[in-house]
Ligand binder design. Structure first.
Ligand code: AMP
Ligand code: GLY
Length: 428
């Protein structure tokens, strides 16, 4: 069967890399793909991003299964469009994708269904937002309502920072995010303390299958300093998700969400990613939902997945996830993101990347490409997050050593990466 992966980041490279390992898969197309999927002999890049054009192409090529990486096409209704044309696709419908695309929708949903999350209020006007901040005190969290690639969140440690964030998001509309109701909106919520983890499951509308746990590193710099990014590295599993925390997350968050969506007439299909904050007592709360896999969490998670991803996704698009049991490599996986000069603010493109392994991987280490392109036999940077160097190890320390040994071979002008991925678990 021919399969299509929609997207062009490191997550999509990993999805395509894994699907290409299935003996049942005859061709893997990646739209639009990147400089790494272009190099990989088993993958074919497709220069299409428009949903209607992709759908027409998938019909003509008789694509048997499509999986969507990023949130944007999901929020634009790619799943609705493909299904309307009889194509098999894994992801949530446009309406169900609001769990990610609208913070106001997801917060109201959680409140209605009793799913633990921070107390919040939504504002369209600056004056009541400022009053609310004064009443609640700091620390407090201000979030833009809309897709902002992780950059629309300000965790304000002082009242002044919180007031500035409100003015920036509501008055200046400085983020340029697409606001759902036409006017800008912010969600202001209670600050939650604890340790974060990424809890990602597959849903077929009714059944749920949990993937291995992971932990991302959102800040740009070592020691969790600097601005928020899309994610600078991840590892799997995340020890903070003990068996008890896992059971609670399933019972208190994931299952009520899937049942709630079904009850609300929006049955959820696709990857569901709950960003958890786990407090000192082991109680998980929902920081956010994403309607897709995480990037870079996907890279270490799929390095550990032994099962055939194609079989899993076929079951997931047939309502048969209850028939599947996933098999995992018991080793640790750790991925280090290498980002371009200026990321996450003003990204420079076109730097030549040197020292890449020839076929993308060596024993137990794979370099997943993200914002890259091929030009005259060279790989150039073409955006913010450039590579995710991912390694397996018997211990986290070994995975760490292997990944950084490969990172140390790679070089491009202005490269930025953290040296402390998995620092929390390695200290423990
Ligand atoms: P979000 O895009 O909502 O996941 O927020 C991005 C990051 O901001 C999260 O990964 C957390 O590190 C932080 N964050 C968001 N909401 C809260 C909260 N209520 N309390 C503490 N930190 C938060
Ligand atoms: N790595 C966080 C995300 O994909 O949203």
């Amino acid at each position: 069967m021919k399969v299509l992966v929609v997207g062009g980041g490191g997550r999509e490279h990993a999805l395509a890399w894994k699907l290409a390992q299935s003996r049942k898969v005859q061709a893997v197309y990646v739209a639009p793909g990147n400089g790494g999927t272009a190099l990989d002999q088993r993958l074919v890049n497709l220069d299409l991003t428009d949903v209607t054009a992709l759908c027409r192409w998938a019909q003509e090529e008789k694509i048997g299964l499509t999986v969507v990486g990023p949130e944007q096409p999901l929020a634009s209704g790619i799943v609705d469009e493909f299904r309307a044309h009889g194509l098999r696709i894994f992801g949530p419908t446009r309406q169900a994708a609001q769990l990610e695309s609208s913070k106001a929708f997801s917060k109201a949903f959680m409140k209605r269904h009793g799913i633990p999350t921070a107390e919040y209020e939504t504002f369209t006007e600056a004056a009541p937002a400022h009053a609310y901040i004064d009443r609640m005190g700091a620390p407090i969290v201000v979030k833009a309502d809309g897709l902002a690639a992780g950059k629309g969140v300000v965790v304000a440690m002082t009242l002044q920072e919180a007031h500035q964030a409100v003015d920036f998001m509501l008055l200046d509309q400085g983020l340029g995010v697409t606001h759902n109701a036409g006017g800008a909106r912010v969600v202001i919520e209670q600050f939650l303390g604890g340790e974060e983890a990424s809890f990602i499951v597959l849903c077929d509308g009714r059944h749920v299958l949990a993937l291995a746990t992971s932990q991302d590193h959102k800040r740009l710099l070592d020691g969790d300093q600097g601005p928020n990014t899309g994610g600078m590295g991840a590892y799997s599993p995340a020890p903070v998700v003990t068996p008890e925390v896992h059971a609670r997350a399933m019972r208190e968050i994931i299952l009520p969400t899937v049942r709630g969506m079904e009850k609300d007439g929006l049955p959820y299909t696709g990857f569901l990613y709950a960003g958890l904050m786990i407090d000192a007592q082991g109680k998980p709360s929902t920081l956010e939902f994403n309607c897709r896999m995480g990037d870079p969490e996907t890279q270490p998670i799929l390095m550990r997945l032994k099962s055939d991803l194609f079989d899993v996704l076929m079951a997931a698009t047939s309502g048969e996830l209850d028939q599947i049991e996933l098999e995992w490599d018991r080793r640790w996986a750790l991925g280090v993101v290498m980002a371009a000069h200026g990321y996450p603010a003003q990204v420079r493109q076109g730097d030549v990347i040197k020292g890449l392994p020839l076929d993308g991987s060596e024993a137990d280490c794979t370099v997943f490409y993200a914002a890259t392109r091929q030009y005259q036999g060279q790989t150039l940077t073409a955006g913010g997050r450039v590579l995710c160097v991912t390694a397996l190890g018997e211990s986290l320390r070994q995975a760490h050593q292997r990944a950084y040994a490969a990172v140390d071979q790679i070089c491009f002008d202005g490269m930025q990466y953290r040296r402390d991925i998995a620092h929390r678990a390695m200290k423990a």
